[in-house]
Write a protein that binds this ligand. Structure first.
Ligand code: FES
Length: 280
């Protein structure tokens, strides 16, 4: 009998012999990503209104605090005291286009996550159903893979990693600034507020996600044929590998927490939440 006759028939979309609830994982991923995309887009557009009115819903300075939402850091032009170039809009920004400080920077963390090896596997299943899950029939017969256009563009991930690394430094600096409270005389005192803890954990979780990156793993030692000849690289490689084993967990924790940090600062800034703090 020819081999072709013995091959299993291609399954139709969604057909499977799997007895488990295989659709639950892509559904949860879809809902999680969808909720985050909707919220972060809404939060980024709040800056448009702030620029028009001169208000600032992404920075909290009450009780001498100094909390900046991570969705708006670094802030180049904007209405908070963190704005590097002040509130005057750049001349090159088209007059007809709405402007929010978040528009200038959010493409970097978004691009980093969009091209992340873990997220690719997750959203190919959840959003494109390609494949929808292992051993489940796909909706299309051809798959060009990541060696052809357009998915070959995913290879820019390593460059997004360099930018994401810079963001870890900037967000750590924001957490540090969140530890200094200004009193009525203008003097600064070290202190810890709930917002300080939220911003510090945000930098920590994002670092644990970023430093478990597959691209970093290659850069730091994975490129070597024999790691025993480069003990420092071998140690660094092992550290990154350790984080890499939990990459999915840190991806989700950091995604949730960065959204939560924006919510916290926003609720304080708009007077819906009181920030408890202790000054020393
Ligand atoms: S592989 Fe996930 S951040 Fe690089």
């Amino acid at each position: 009998m020819p081999y072709a006759d013995t091959l299993p028939k291609q399954r139709g979309f969604g057909e499977t012999t799997r007895p488990d609830v295989w659709w639950l994982q892509p559904l949860v991923v879809f809902l999680g990503f969808f909720a985050f995309i909707v919220y972060s887009t809404w939060a980024a557009f709040q800056g448009v209104q702030d620029i028009k009115t001169g208000n600032c819903s992404y920075w909290f300075g009450g009780n001498g605090a100094n909390y900046l939402s991570p969705f708006y850091s670094p802030e180049f032009w904007g209405t908070s005291p963190h704005a590097i170039f002040g509130a005057i809009l750049p001349a090159w920004w088209p007059a007809w286009a709405p402007f929010s400080p978040a528009f200038l920077i959010l493409w970097i963390p978004a691009g980093f996550r969009f091209t992340c090896y873990y997220y690719r596997g997750a959203y190919y299943k959840a959003f494109w159903a390609d494949p929808i899950n292992c051993a489940v029939g796909e909706p299309r017969k051809t798959f060009l893979g990541e060696r052809s256009f357009p998915l070959i563009i995913q290879n820019v991930h390593r460059y997004f990693f360099y930018l994401a690394f810079l963001f870890i430094i900037l967000l750590s600096h924001d957490a540090w600034k969140g530890m200094w409270f200004t009193d009525l005389t203008g003097a600064k005192h070290f202190g810890i507020g709930v917002g300080t803890i939220v911003l510090t954990l945000n930098a920590v979780f994002l670092a644990l996600y970023t430093f478990g990156c597959h691209s970093l793993r290659h850069l730091i030692g994975g490129f070597l044929d024999s790691k025993s000849k480069a003990p420092t690289c071998a140690k660094s490689y092992n550290c990154v590998s350790c984080l890499n084993r939990k990459h999915m967990m840190w991806a989700w924790i950091s995604l949730f927490w960065v959204g939560f940090a924006d919510v916290y600062v926003r609720l304080c800034a708009t007077g819906h939440l009181h920030d408890y703090s202790w000054h020393f």
